[in-house]
Design a protein around this ligand. Structure first.
Ligand code: ADP
Length: 162
């Protein structure tokens, strides 16, 4: 069985991520979307909220599972019997970090392959940071995230103003 892991912060998940998930899930038997606890980032949505949102948004993909993890991606991949780590590439600016990420993974777990899927041009401008900024200032994010995510963003920012 071919298993892949797609790690990220997903704070929150957006159409760029969902497109990568859809395309990756067609290439493997099982895809685990791995929501990272990143001690260097202060997320808008808690780990539990990010997992819950992803589970709702991805509920129609029968071979896609959502889990949270802390620590090295390759250790999570090995624990789940995954041979592949999926990443998305937006622009040349992603390349440098991803190059280091892939080479580090290879060093730590030589049997694991890091595979890159190129963003679709219509999603290349989307980032979680951008989505949060637009939502924070009351802009329309419906072209960037599913409606359920847009509602959660609205609620989050409205609640924080109370
Ligand atoms: P990180 O916390 O590592 O920055 P993100 O949650 O932002 O992770 O993204 C997870 C993965 O999705 C990364 O591989 C990232 O490059 C990819 N990704 C993010 N935005 C897009 C997009 N618009 N199109 C394609 N891939 C994307």
């Amino acid at each position: 069985m071919r298993i892949a892991v797609y790690p990220g912060s997903f704070d929150p998940v957006h159409y760029g991520h969902i497109d990568i998930i859809e395309r990756a899930s067609a290439l493997v038997d099982k895809l685990v979307v791995a929501v990272a606890v990143n001690p260097n980032k202060k997320p808008l949505f808690s780990l539990e909220e990010r997992v819950e949102i992803l589970e709702e948004v991805l509920k129609d993909y029968s071979n896609v599972y959502v889990e949270s993890f802390e620590g090295l991606t390759v250790n999570f991949a090995l624990k789940h019997g995954a041979q592949v780590v999926i990443r998305g590439l937006r622009a040349i600016t992603d390349f440098e970090n991803e190059f280091v990420f892939a080479l580090t993974n290879k060093k730590l777990a030589p049997t694991t392959e890091t595979v890159y899927l190129m963003t679709r041009s219509e999603y290349s401008f989307i980032s979680s940071t951008g989505v949060k900024e637009v939502a924070y200032y009351g802009g329309n994010v419906t072209d960037m995230v599913p409606s359920m995510v847009a509602e959660r963003l609205l609620k989050k920012y409205n609640d924080s103003l109370k």
